[in-house]
Ligand binder design. Structure first.
Ligand SMILES: O=C(O)CCC(=O)C(=O)O
Ligand SMILES: [Fe+2]
Length: 315
């Protein structure tokens, strides 16, 4: 794995304010080049984050035998154990629209005495993320063209989100000769993803010429990245970049990735006005069919990219 120590400066968008024309242009550039940017004043308090982290850790700290009750072969399928995405990664999924019910469902399967706060905190976080995702979608439409919010916001009106709570850990006595992949390179199967990463760092984006660049954590700042669904809908104008997480020292790492997605039966086809005078790069496709394509191909699933929306619907 090539060593990496270069970080990139991404635009920081103050989501609490109305966006200025100069912010639109720097954001548009970042979305075309990197598909990544930062947001601040997002309304997720440190207190909410800490509560969510503490109650998630209660789940991750349980024995494997308990967690696997919600594993890939269970009815709920919300827990991804170690050794699927990587030996150092496990995650728990909580889905909208009813984040409370989804969290409660997993907690009841996994925990002997389900923690009521877990569902409440997840509801608060999920609902806030849904509102943030709607705001960010509108801003991205502004980046694509004048009046595009009025023209195209309705295409996104049935979007819904799910949260993946990611827990990274390295064996304690491991001698770290070099960094290891906590989560291998992949593109996200979303319209957009909003990530709360802790202060450990390790998130990296792959540049167009194949270099890995660090996206350094920054207090009070969330990372937003474009996923494959919006990449295809925008005819590639908003870039879904490959990214990964590397673990550099003997540390644990915790992140919250919220995926904002079209409904399964949505036909994704870039509107003519979005394509403009460029070539059309993607055939229309049904959102759910692409998700199935990724889930059913080991290569496309979590890592070992190769299979992305280009392979599925690229012209
Ligand atoms: O852990 C992170 O910072 C990012 C995780 C990620 O890329 C994902 O869950 O898709
Ligand atoms: Fe990702």
């Amino acid at each position: 794995m090539p060593a990496s120590n270069t970080s990139i400066q991404l635009p920081i968008l103050d989501i609490s304010k109305s966006i200025s024309p100069s912010s639109i242009s720097s954001l548009s550039l970042a979305c075309r080049e990197w598909g990544f940017f930062h947001i601040i004043n997002h309304g997720i308090s440190k207190d909410l984050y800490i509560k969510l982290r503490l109650s998630s850790n209660q789940v991750f700290n349980l024995p494997y035998e308990d967690k696997i009750k919600a594993g890939p072969t269970s009815n709920v399928k919300t827990y991804t154990p170690h050794f699927i995405a990587s030996p150092f990664f496990e995650s728990l999924r909580v889905s909208g629209p009813d984040f409370h019910a989804s969290a409660k469902n997993s907690a009841e399967v996994i925990m002997k005495q389900p923690d009521i706060e877990f569902s409440e905190v997840l509801k608060e976080y999920g609902d806030k993320m849904r509102n943030l995702s709607k705001k960010v979608t509108e801003i991205l439409l502004m980046c694509l063209g004048k009046d595009f919010v009025t023209k195209f916001a309705s295409e996104f009106s049935n979007c819904e989100g799910y949260l993946r709570i990611n827990n990274y850990s390295l064996p304690e006595k491991r001698v770290m000769e070099k960094e290891v992949e906590g989560l291998g390179k992949h593109t996200d199967m979303s319209c957009l993803t909003i990530v709360y990463q802790d202060d450990v760092g390790g998130l990296q984006v792959r540049s167009k010429d194949g270099k890995w660049l660090d996206i350094n954590p920054c207090e009070e700042t969330l990372v937003v990245n474009i996923g494959d669904l919006l990449h295809a809908w925008s005819n590639g104008k908003l870039r879904s970049s490959e990214h990964r997480v590397v673990l550099k020292e003997c540390k644990t790492r915790f992140s919250l990735a919220f995926f904002w997605c079209f409904e399964d039966n949505k036909v994704i086809s870039a509107p003519n006005e979005v394509v403009g005078d460029e070539f059309r790069h993607y055939e229309p496709f049904m959102c759910g069919d692409y998700l199935k394509f990724r889930e059913n191909s080991v290569r496309g699933k979590f890592e070992k990219v190769g299979f992305t929306v280009k392979d599925f619907a690229g012209i």
